[in-house]
Design a protein around this ligand. Structure first.
Ligand SMILES: NC(=O)c1ccc[n+]([C@@H]2O[C@H](COP(=O)([O-])OP(=O)(O)OC[C@H]3O[C@@H](n4cnc5c(N)ncnc54)[C@H](OP(=O)(O)O)[C@@H]3O)[C@@H](O)[C@H]2O)c1
Length: 278
């Protein structure tokens, strides 16, 4: 068994997050499930404990659609844990109809990206205390369909769930690169496309489209295994600024490598989130 790590995963109550959390907890790591839905989170923790009775799984409330919730959560985690070795920014939503966060940001931009931006900045003091820390951003191959349009962060007159999703996932990749340039050498930042994965994320798709989709999807366990390796595997030691795929080749959009946008979005996001960024 490796030296046990403390690993925080957002959206760990289902899907890829739960599969990742389960494998990490079974391997003996302390796993913090940061979840909006506390009932589902408690069920997820007991499901993990059924697989390993002494699994160290902690459940904390976090709603990424609320800056207050993110701030309260980060303060609690910083008080309860001396350090966080791995942060996995995994939670994500893909709503078909336009929705908004508490602060009025379009939900996918707000939850998938900006909420994680704020969370990461607030947790950096405890992350940098770890001797060797890793930050993982769950992006997507769908970032290729995204474009950063500063005029849409608070909503679009003509909403497309896929366009908004693509933008949020591109923003995840850009954030990962911006952090990789800024973090101290003992903290890494990498993005991942977990694959086309058979989770609940496509729940709002028409059922026929969903059925066809399912034929091409990999299991949450397979995607989780890739994330586990990124989180604790020796072959990810010291690697930073990468964007990899857990399933098949990953074309990376030119927009994800746009240095000017990496900087612009990072600096603008600090203002939007009201946080002093590193
Ligand atoms: N599945 C795929 O094919 C695929 C492909 C590429 C990338 N991804 C990415 O993989 C990540 C995990 O997705 P998944 O497929 O496992 O989807 P999922 O099964 O729908 O899980 C999404 C998780 O995010 C949480 N979440 C949603 N809104 C939240 C909020 N406001 N605050 C806190 N947590 C929130 C959900 O919590 P609740 O239970 O409370 O809703 C759930 O735990 C996402 O970032 C997604 O974009 C997935």
């Amino acid at each position: 068994m490796q030296h046990p790590k403390t690993i925080l995963i957002t959206g760990g109550n289902t899907g890829i997050g739960l599969a990742t959390a389960t494998q990490l907890a079974i391997a003996g790591h302390t796993v913090i499930l940061a979840c909006r839905n506390q009932e589902k989170a408690k069920q997820a923790a007991s499901q993990i404990k059924q697989r390993k009775a002494d699994a160290d799984v902690r459940v904390y409330p976090l709603d990424l659609a609320s800056f207050d919730s993110i701030r309260q959560f980060s303060a609690k985690i910083s008080a309860d844990f001396p350090m966080i070795d791995v942060l996995i920014n995994n939670a994500g939503a893909y709503p078909v109809k336009q929705q908004f966060t508490e602060e009025g940001f379009e939900l996918q931009f707000g939850v998938n990206y900006l909420g994680h931006y704020l969370l990461t900045q607030l947790l950096l003091p405890v992350i940098t205390k770890a001797p060797e820390a890793r930050i993982i951003h769950v992006s997507s191959i769908m970032h290729n369909l995204g474009k950063i349009d500063f005029d849409t962060f608070r909503g679009r007159a003509k909403y497309s769930g896929t366009t908004a999703y693509g933008q949020s996932k591109l923003a995840n990749a850009l954030f990962s690169s911006a952090l990789a340039k800024r973090l101290p050498a003992h903290v890494t930042s990498n993005a991942v496309h977990p694959g086309g994965v058979d989770s609940d994320i496509y729940r709002e798709f028409p059922s026929l489209v969903h059925k066809i989709f399912k034929l091409f999807l990999i299991s949450t366990d397979r995607a989780g295994a890739y994330l586990v390796n990124m989180a604790v595997g020796d072959d990810w030691k010291g690697r930073t600024g990468e964007f990899k795929s857990a399933h098949g080749p990953l074309p990376i959009s030119k927009r994800a490598k746009d240095e000017a946008m990496i900087e612009r979005l990072y600096l603008e996001s600090a203002k939007l989130a009201g946080v002093n960024a590193i």
